[in-house]
Each structure stands twice: as C-alpha cells, then as structure tokens.
Design a binder for this molecule. Sequence first.
Ligand SMILES: [Zn+2]
Length: 435
Amino acid sequence: MTNQKESHLPHSSMPVIHRSPWVISGLTPDVQGAPLGIIEDGALVVAAGLIQAVGKYRDIAKEFGQFHTREHGGRVLAPALINGHCHLELSYLDLANKTEGQRRYSGDPTAWIRDLLAAREKNSQETADAEELILSHARQALRQMSAAGVAFVGDVGNALASRSIGNEQRTRVSFLLELLGLTKESAEKTFARLENMAAPESLLIGCTAHAPYSTTPALIQEIKRQAEHKDHVFSIHVAESAQEVEFLQSGTGVFKEFLQDRGAWDGSFTIPGKRSLHYLDSLGVIDDKTLCVHCVHVDRAEIEILAKKKAKVCLCPGSNRFLGVGKAPVTEFLAHGILPALGTDSLASNEVLSMWREMRLLRESQPELAPQSVLAMATHGGAQAWGTASEMGSLEPGKKALILAINCGENIGTSNDVFEYLTTAGESVQAEWLE
Ligand SMILES: [Zn+2]
C-alpha cells in the first residue's frame, strides 16, 4: 500500500551470527497472556537484511559456526517497535505541552477538539509557510521515533502534505488520508473527493474515516469499500470517550453541542441509537482489516464483536490519559484472543511520541497486565494490525532484520527482569539498531 519501500539498512550478504545473553524472538505469541519467546544465551543469523535462523547459541554455532559471530554482551536483542496509530502532521501543534492537559480537558474530548481546530486555523492564517512548518515538525517527530527503535508507523492525516516523509527515513510509514463529513453538504464534498481518489493516478492513496460521530454512515461504508478494493487497512477512531457513546446512543451531550457550534449539524444524520461498535458492525464495516483505534468505552458484547470479526484494536494509553477519557478494558481484550496494537496518537494529545513511554503508562495504569503482553502489543500487535506481520514484529526466520540491541542495566537476572525493564523504563530505554 502507501509508501512501501525496501529497507535502506546497510547489510552484507554474508551471514553474521549475533549472540546475546537474551534474544526476544517473539516466536510464540499466544494471546492469552501473550508470552513472547525469549532465549537465554541466544543467537540470530542475519544475511541480506533478513533473519535466517534464531535459537540457542550452542545450536546456532553448530549449524552456522563457519560464519563471523558478533558478541552483544550485556545487551538484549529485541524486535523493533510498531507505532499503530499516529498523526505525524499534527506534530507542530505540540498542544499537549502547551496546555494544562488533563485538568483542563478532564474527559471532555470536544474541549480538546475545539483547541485543536483553533490552533490549526491560527497556523494556517498566521504562518507564512504553514505547510513547511507542518513538514519540518513531522520529519523531526519521525526521526525521533526512528532513533528510539520504531520500525513502522501507521499514520493518519487530514492533508496529503506529510504523506511521503517516510520515504526519507529508516522507519516505514503507512499513510492513510482521513475523511469526514456529517452534514449533507460536507458529506457530498467528501464523496466528490473520494471519487477523485478512485482515479487511477490516486490509487496509491488510501483513505480512512475519522470517527462514527463525524462521518455519515454512507461515507463510512464507501471509504471501507474503497479500502477493501485497494487492499489496505481501514482505520477509524472508535469509542474513545463516554460522550461519543452518549451521542450515538441518544443524540445528546457535548458532541451534539459541539457539532451545532461548528455548523456541522443540519439534522440529516440519524442518531443510530447504538453504542459505537454495534453501530459500525451494523454498517458492515467491521472485519479483520478494520483497525479500531482507542476502544476505551466498549462493553463485553462489543468486545465479542471485535473478537468474532477478528478486527484489530489499537490502544493509545498516553493520549487517553492526557484527555482523561478512561482506560481501555485490556485484560478483556486479551481474554477474548485480541492482542491490541499500541499507538502514541499525536503531539496534539500526547506529551511525547515514545512507544517505550506508552508501554510504561499502560503498565502503570493496568499493573495486572503481564510485561510480556505489553511488549507483544508494541511489536507483534502493531504488525498484525497493519498487515505487516510477515515482515516484522518478531525475530523469526524469513522476517526483516529489524533488530534492536538494548542495554537493560545491571539488575537483569531472569527473563522476567528483561520484560520488566523494557516495559517500565519508558523514555530512558536506549535502543540501538543492529546494522
Ligand atoms: Zn488519532
């Protein structure tokens, strides 16, 4: 799909053995508790940018002993991270660091949307080269993620400006253009735009719908139909706040007021009278290529729909905490066989775009989760969500050598210590790419 490219990592075609006290292979991600495979005194064989073999060093040495061995004493080898949900184009707003955050929004997402739209309008009116500002901040945000060990970003944007920035960097970016429209007039405009997107010269641009409260059902269905046709992920924000659910169920609350204030309400949208996931399922858009972002306010029946349809889920703990919208029912997802992805969302609703910090926040807010499960979400979960699991998300033979070498400090005695460190150290994790 969009912006796919081959890795530009320098690599030799001669196999090299990488030996480490701990190799996190992720070979057996089993959703119930999602234990990741970890090998003590392990080794990986890498050639031509691909993983050829993984196992105990003694077994690898027997089979591949003629090749050079690089020792990574004191460092753990782990799969690179996958950011399942981001809006790189919003990096310039840095709203989360400019406002008082949680206290100010305290769970009302419409207050945040108002600030976001105001900041965006101010920039486009007052900045001489608004697009260049957006691009330079998006590039910088991506560079930082890349340096911190992120191999792939699932990116969503309202404009096409930032769509190709992944081509310049090591981290691969899959970009989707986000569309919306709830009034008759705005929906018609978006339909016209969609029609253009179906033209042959736009075939590489994938589109996605913003949210069930901002987009008409016919638009959501058409965007999903095009996503199917172009064979890419259909990502949509779902059940982020209690207010969204209230609006969809009863047509009341802050979302209604917000839409009216914005002139985005003409009465043509029929209130579905259903919770978010029930509603989207009734539109026929929930399947194994639908990525439901947030899923904070979903009940058991909705989780059963997600599980039955094999839909993908992406959690954004940092953004959810910043907006004060609540915590997703992660234990229930895992119990239903759903391994969610993790995403940073944007710098408009998160202080920093760090996947290490997302893991730390999730561990803090939901200490009952196993550290292995949390690391599996930030790796394999993201790869599954974006359909890239045959290439990345774990260190298995045949996958790309997207490998991080990490010094986990002095106190690593057991494999559990490794997982504890990686999921609680946050931004202090120093990940180096294995070249
Ligand atoms: Zn988002």
